[in-house]
Structure formats: C-alpha cells, structure tokens
Write a protein that binds this ligand. Sequence first.
Ligand SMILES: *Cc1c(COP(=O)(O)O)cnc(C)c1O
Length: 408
Amino acid sequence: MVQVNDSYLRLKAGYLFPEIARRVKAFTEAHPEAAVIRLGIGDVTEPLPAACRQAMQQAIEAMGTREGFHGYGPEQGYAWLREAIARHDFQARGCDVSAEEIFVSDGSKCDSSNILDILGAGNRIAVTDPVYPVYVDSNVMAGRTGDADGGGRYGGLTYLPITAANGFVAPLPEEPVDLIYLCFPNNPTGAVATREQLKQWVDYALANNALILFDAAYEAFISDPELPHSIYEIEGARRCAIEFRSFSKNAGFTGTRCAFTVVPRGLTGTTAAGEPVELWGLWNRRQSTKFNGVSYIVQRGAEAVYSPEGQEQVRALIGFYMENAAIIRRELEAAGLQVYGGQQAPYVWIKTPEGLDSWGFFDHLLNQAHVVGTPGSGFGAAGEGYFRLSAFNSRANVDEAMRRIRAL
Ligand SMILES: *Cc1c(COP(=O)(O)O)cnc(C)c1O
C-alpha cells in the first residue's frame, strides 16, 4: 500500500488567493462592464531589462555552436556569476562573503523551503505574523508542526506578531527558538529593519545558538543609505545566518527564474550527538544531489544585471515601481487612510478603516472602486485589520485605481 505524506493533510486549504479569485469572479459576472484593476499581485509587470535580454540572446547563439555549447553546469552555479554576485552584492557593501559561499538556484521560494532538508526535525521555529506563507507551509509539509487551530496557527510554531504597535519589526521571542525566519524589506507589510534592529536579532541568535533564515528578496528597493541590504552587514551574522536573494523582483526574473542563497563557511549546526557540523557542506551536498543547476542562458542573463547598463536599467525599474508606491501612499493618505510601508519596499500596508475588517475592506474596494487588493488576514491572524496593495503595476492602472479610491 502506498502511503502519502500525512503532513500535507495538515495544510489549511489554500484559502487566500482562491477566495480572492472567487469574489472577483462573482463581482465581474454581476458587473460585466466594470474594469477591475488588480493591485493584489506579488508579481512584476514591466519587461526584462535590455542588458539581460541581450546577454541571453548571445547565450542562445553560443549554445548553437560546438564551441559555445554548454551541457550540465556546476550545481552551485557558474563561477563567473557567483563571483559577480559576491563582488557587487556583498564585498562592495563591506560584507565578507566569497563566491564559494554563493549557491545559484532557480528561486528563493524553493531555496527557503528546501533548506529544511539540511535542518533537524527537532528545531523550534519562529515566524512573524503576518508572514510570507511559504515559510510556514514548507514546515507543515516537512512534518515540523502540529495541527492548525481555529485561527489558522499551527501547533509547534512560535508566532511573532508584527503590527503598527511594534513598527512591524518582530519582537524577540519569549520562549527559546532555534530557527528564525526574517524577511526585510518585508512582504507583506513593506516594513524594513534598521541596523540596530537586525543587530538585536543577530545577538539573539549568537547567544542562543539559533539560525536566522534571512529573506532579502526585496533588498534592491531600499533607497535609504543608512539601512542594511544584507544581514552580513551586521557583525557576527556569518556565524548565525543564511541569506536568500533573488533576481525576481529587482530584474523582473519572476518568469525567467534565477536566485541564490548564501551559506557562509564556518556556520555550523549540531548533530543529535552535539557535534558541530558545517551547514555549507550539507547544503552543497543537498544541491549537488537534488539540483542540476540553472540554465546557462539564464545565468548569463543574471550576470548582465551587474554590468553598468544592467545596473542602470535595474535602477530605473525599481525607481518606476517605487514611484507607483509613492503615488499609492500619497493618494491613500489624502483619502484619510493610515498607510505603512511602500518607502523601502514595493508593498503598501493599509490599516482598514473603522468598522471594516480585512475582508470587509476587500469587498468595499472591489464593489465601490473595482480595485482588488489582498486582505492582511490572509497572511496571518495578526494581519487582521490590514490590507496590502502592491506597487507592481502599470502607471495607468495605479493612477486610475487611486483616482477611484479618492472618489469614494
Ligand atoms: C517574490 C518573493 C521571493 C522570490 O521568490 P523567487 O522564487 O526567487 O521568485 C522570495 N521571498 C519573498 C518574500 C517574495 O515575496
């Protein structure tokens, strides 16, 4: 008899996005004339940078020649890409990260889930609430949690509420934890951590022999020069943190697929017997066994992000989305709403108006303005009373959506 992984049955039904789709469909069927604008998506909308496209075109041509053909590449990524990443993203910011510590992959969604392969089942895990759902669901699938309660919180996880009251920066856990997921700039709240706030977390992890899983997928949206882009800008982080990065949101690679994970040499966990083991070696082994690398063509495209033209084009893309975010912030504030985020991140996090919960505000915007956003409660119990709008859209859609909301 074939047994299934029972842990999958613990997952709450994928509720958020199917429920949004259901309500939008019901609305458009009842109002076929309404031009609905979707500001709920977490996907980029603008075309790939020219520098990346040109590099990929050249790579395709090379693949059509005997000399330029590439078969299987290194599972960890080509050395030229790993070196470009280490130099531009880390060494240029004063971070001691070398090319061999960079593992190129096809996505940080997969990496942040796959990392559980090399971590033991007994770890006590902390996540923020609200949270990027992948961190929680991958732990449920791996059998690292108990059942969900009525509020959707899983047994065995430590939830750290992030709300306006704490500036959307997770408080240190009151009970001991071994694994901590942090995401800055944050999806969904748009919050960003200061150097001091990250230092508190690094100090906590070092003092408690904990590991921080730091998701920096949105680091390119930081414009304040005082704010850290990488956890390795904090002293001691090499001994307690793994960082996830992606080309998805900075260079628009959501459909092209390229990302990377940083695992510092010398970062250790312990065996059941209490012996220290380097995580680098385990991740290297995991990737070599279960992963066969990102395509040569796509890695050439990612490398072009670091060329002078690529850097300029990525800056322009980010600037475009952040202007959208500024427009959303300005117009919503003018409409009398309390808004957070949207200054160092492409998400604006809105306090729902008096008398409306997250879904109530969703229905209000859909019915009255024909604008779709994402209810904060879908990202966790503490997201109730909040609402996310994304800056990933065309200027025309953002302008029109804001005009309609102002007119309410
Ligand atoms: C979009 C996003 C990513 C990037 O995922 P990829 O698999 O690299 O496309 C990672 N983390 C968060 C929180 C995101 O929102």
